[in-house]
Design a protein around this ligand. Structure first.
Ligand SMILES: Cc1cc2nc3c(=O)[nH]c(=O)nc-3n(C[C@H](O)[C@H](O)[C@H](O)COP(=O)(O)OP(=O)(O)OC[C@H]3O[C@@H](n4cnc5c(N)ncnc54)[C@H](O)[C@@H]3O)c2cc1C
Length: 343
């Protein structure tokens, strides 16, 4: 039997940090919100070292339960960027030092989803969004594999690197770096030199990140400017005494910006709109902030406070200017190492 079309104010595809933030803001604003994700539920994934700036945003999105997902805290990072490593604090204010933190990503995504559900969001796990529904140039919903058609006044693409809607609408992303593959993995044991703060060490060949992410669990990431084949049990020298947990994995983190990040009836948020490699340290922050901002723009457009095209243009202007600042900063850092083709 064919599934009955679902009607909503907002359909959000993708229940990572960006999609959940958008869903929470839309539902809190009284909008009937559907949040569909192709996965059965939150999964373990990288993206565990969060900048201090994320905390206040997260506490507003999820007023309770935040401490449950927070692991080690750190007041800065050991940075060896073309030179001997030294500790760089995040900064401080009259209340004390700013502290970044490690987070259990699966737990964080589950907490955000639980909050969205608690606000009345219609959460659809195991629901893959397929082709968009179009009315002229406006997006008015989507076909889904499991729930048939979902009609909505606004559609938010939060599908991360899959960038479902941009692809379907034929929006080619601007590629702003050489092709970048990051390798990452985990190891168990004890590495006291890495317990106080994560470290990033870079030279002309690329950079290596090491961090403690649990009581006896450590994470590493390695980005080579020119791809290097490594064994699946490779560990950075610092972790030589640790035991690899599972095998190393790889992800494409080529810098990408969608030239159109919003349009009639739609927004793209998080990695679906703009992606940098993890040295930017802002992936989750950008996902939460863009989800929040697109949610506010959606609410303003749907209650008539803002013309929908104006809302889309404002969101896109905000997203692009923030991303260009991040790009300029990171391209400058890579230029210091002699790496070319970034920016
Ligand atoms: C190795 C690595 C390390 C990183 N480390 C850090 C870090 O330390 N700190 C940091 O801030 N950032 C880090 N990042 C970046 C960070 O993980 C991302 O920026 C962040 O997860 C983006 O969130 P998002 O919500 O946009 O997308 P995602 O978290 O990727 O969520 C997208 C969701 O969309 C769903 N989806 C995809 N296609 C469909 C479809 N067709 N229909 C329905 N659902 C769909 C997926 O199942 C997924 O749940 C790292 C990234 C990598 C690759």
């Amino acid at each position: 039997m064919a599934a009955r079309p679902v009607d909503a104010d907002v359909l959000i595809a993708g229940a990572g940090p960006a999609g959940c933030a958008a869903a929470i803001v839309c539902a809190a604003g009284g909008l009937r919100t559907v949040l569909a994700d192709r996965a059965a539920g939150p999964r373990a994934r990288p993206g565990e070292a969060l900048h201090p700036g994320v905390e206040s945003l997260l506490r507003r999105l999820v007023p309770e339960g935040f401490e449950r997902v927070v692991g080690a805290r750190h007041e800065g990072i050991s940075v060896g960027w073309g030179r001997a490593p030294s500790f760089e604090p995040f900064g401080r204010d009259p209340d004390g030092p700013w502290r970044g933190f490690q987070v259990d990503r699966q737990g964080l995504d589950a907490l955000l989803l639980e909050r969205a559900r608690g606000l009345g969001v219609d959460v659809r796990p195991s629901c893959r969004v397929l082709a968009p529904l179009l009315d002229g140039d406006a997006v008015v919903g989507a076909h889904t594999r499991e729930a048939g058609q979902i009609r909505a006044r606004t559609v938010i693409d939060a599908t991360g690197s899959a960038r479902w809607l941009g692809r379907a609408l034929g929006v080619a992303p601007q590629v702003r770096s050489p092709r970048l593959l990051i390798q990452y993995g985990y190891a168990a044991g004890s590495c006291p030199t890495r317990d106080a703060a994560p470290a990033i060490v870079a030279d002309g060949t690329g950079w290596t990140w090491t961090a403690r992410v649990g009581a006896t669990r450590y994470q590493w990431m390695r980005l080579d400017f020119v791809p290097v084949q490594r064994s699946r049990t490779w560990l950075p020298d610092e972790f030589a005494r640790l035991t690899p947990q599972g095998t190393a994995r790889a992800a494409d983190v080529t810098w990408r910006l969608s030239p159109a990040a919003a349009g009639p009836g739609w927004f793209a948020v998080g990695d679906a709109a703009a992606r940098l490699d993890p040295a930017s340290s802002h992936g989750v922050l950008r996902a939460l902030l863009s989800g929040w901002t697109a949610g506010c723009a959606t609410a303003a457009a749907l209650d008539g406070a803002l013309d929908p095209r104006e809302a889309a243009a404002m969101y896109q202007g905000w997203l692009h200017s923030g991303f260009e600042q991040d790009i300029a900063r990171l391209a400058g850092m890579y230029a210091e190492l002699g790496a070319r083709g970034f920016g």
